[in-house]
Design a protein. Structure first.
Length: 256
């Protein structure tokens, strides 16, 4: 997968604006999704990385270009064409936490076998996985919370797998999430920059409903040792070991 292919796949079918953001100067560079825009985005990302800046890209689109000193908020995001997860790996130079996977292979072992990702990126000190969608999800005020929860549900499966190993994976389900641009340099350890690069790509695209319907018609799902209850406030999660059955769980947790 080339640099241009990556952006073409991540934004396939979307309209509006996307942006690059650099950590060192907190600067935003917006781009209208139009033909050949991937080349413009990559040329800028490559130049910024050559200036020893950490370069990130927006996963979601916005209706309008952003000011040069601002990043998008969740309410600004109008569409996404993928779901994602960000997994940190043990590295004292980049992460304070020690309860993390120790290698890329250990991090990859947390990904759900039933839903293999379309793209896997070694970020330099971690792992990013993307699940490409067959059609973009158009986001508005009516479905915004539901879309956030759909991303959260997929990520929670991975986070549960991490807990089983004594590790912690941060929640990154916000629609305004930015992630590091592949084929740029990670300068978290300035003396030892690491290349962010695509390490796996599969021609897989999922229906959004594949993930949105992870919960059954009762709003329940059991994954590994946890029961998930979808509520207006998000997901309520509890360990199955504490309950004999779902009925007991619901009875003792009226808040769901």
């Amino acid at each position: 997968m080339t640099e241009l292919d990556f952006f073409e796949e991540i934004y396939k079918g979307c309209h509006g604006y996307v942006y690059l953001w650099t950590k060192q100067d907190k600067a935003t560079h917006s781009y209208l999704l139009e033909p050949e825009v991937s080349k413009k985005i990559w040329n800028m990302a490559r130049m910024l990385s050559g200036m020893r800046k950490d370069v990130y890209f927006s996963l979601g689109t916005t209706a309008d270009p952003l000011p040069a000193d601002l990043r998008a908020k969740q309410q600004n995001v109008t569409s996404i064409a993928c779901l994602w997860v960000d997994i940190d790996i043990v590295d004292s130079a980049a992460h304070k936490a020690g309860n993390l996977p120790k290698s890329v292979d250990e991090a990859m072992g947390l990904l759900p076998q039933k839903y293999p990702p379309s793209i896997i990126v070694s970020s330099g000190h971690g792992l990013h996985a993307y699940w490409l969608l067959k059609d973009p999800v158009i986001i508005n005020d009516e479905n915004r919370v539901e879309v956030i929860n759909t991303v959260r549900k997929l990520q929670q499966i991975i986070r549960n797998n991490a807990v089983a190993n004594g590790w912690k994976i941060d929640a990154t389900a916000d629609l305004s999430r930015i992630l590091r641009v592949p084929y740029t340099w990670n300068f978290k350890d300035p003396e030892n920059p690491m290349l962010c690069e695509v390490i796996e790509y599969a021609d897989l695209r999922y229906r959004y409903e594949d993930f949105a319907s992870l919960l059954n018609d009762k709003g329940q799902i059991q994954v590994n040792d946890s029961i998930y209850m979808y509520t207006p406030n998000g997901l309520f999660i509890s360990h199955v070991d504490d309950y004999d059955d779902l009925e007991e769980f619901v009875t003792e947790n009226p808040q769901v």
